[in-house]
Design a protein around this ligand. Sequence first.
Ligand SMILES: *Cc1c(COP(=O)(O)O)cnc(C)c1O
Length: 391
Amino acid sequence: MSALMPTYAPSDLAFERGEGVYLFANDGKRYLDFCAGIAVNAFGHAHPHLVGALKEQAEKVWHTSNLYRIPGQEKMAQRLVDNSFADRVFFSNSGAEAIEGAIKIARKYHHDNGNPEKYRVVCCTNAFHGRTLATIAAGGQAKHAEGFGPLTEGFDHVAYGNLNEMRAAITPQTAAILVEPVQGEGGLYGAGPEYLKGLRAIADEFGILLMFDEVQCGMGRTGKLFAHEWADIKPDVVATAKGIGGGFPLGAILTSEKAAVLKVGNHGTTYGGNPLAMAVGNGVLDLLFADGFLPGVVKIGDALGAALEGLVKKYPGVFIEIRGQGLMRGIKCADGIDNRDFKAKLETKGLLVAPAGDNVIRFLPPLIIEQSHIDEAIAIIESVVAEMIGD
Ligand SMILES: *Cc1c(COP(=O)(O)O)cnc(C)c1O
């Protein structure tokens, strides 16, 4: 028996090393990694630029705390600001912490404007915002909240993609809207640019903040730095994490000047944005902002989408539809096909994927994949399908 708390039921696989889009297990077997640590390893495994950045920093200074200036933070924040809607950045360690900070910003913004009664946040059903007390309340999923009551007060839920419901849910107590531009864990729903534009209009009409959870869909996953950019709108607050550290724990809250309400003493973190994280984070931005990189993600994302669409056409009894955008794709399994079971079968044949809600198999490959990796993945999926339908 393991001394670990059994909060996960992991596969028996353990990996020894990785190289680009592949992972190698202790038994020497090679796996094509279309999970990427759940959208984290944006540049695959052991990318020389990121390894170099980490090693170089590791020999200088690891940690100083935020009681001292951290030049890597100033540099990374400026680069994010120069390339996004944002004017200010706060670095955290994880996605849930970034969302917690966003929620604090929503409350503080209205407090500072003389409206402390505005504290509620409208979120969507089937959302995922993390596993802390406030973020399980924001996510609103019973399976994450059960047993942890009383839940943090102040969250309302409406159907994802429905602007009428959103509008109707705004009350004099509402402080902000918090939505994932593309839902990740919930099953790879993206409600599209018109929905995001509609959210902006509602937030403006009621004088509340528009906050996006781009923990999973941000940092180039859809082929733009942030997924909301496809709608050509500016949010007030964005929380991001996952891909931003390429595998080093890192998150960030980005805000416009208007929403930059956190001042000295209002918020903090011991580790967040430490020199090691900033060395890797700046390395990630070097790669992400390289000329032509993000347009390349759009292209290869379209290729992955087309390949998965082909599977739906070819095997209508196995797959129902594809979902998602860029390199954040899902394929919904038909009734009678269990996504977790299918994932396990893919794993035995050397392809790693992640499950998602609504019986969806999630493909979150590193942003550096090529057509040959897509071809390899499709061949593995087809071989599992062939065994299932008894060829
Ligand atoms: C993963 C995720 C989170 C939580 O991030 P952690 O780093 O696990 O705390 C929040 N929101 C979304 C959309 C996520 O995908």
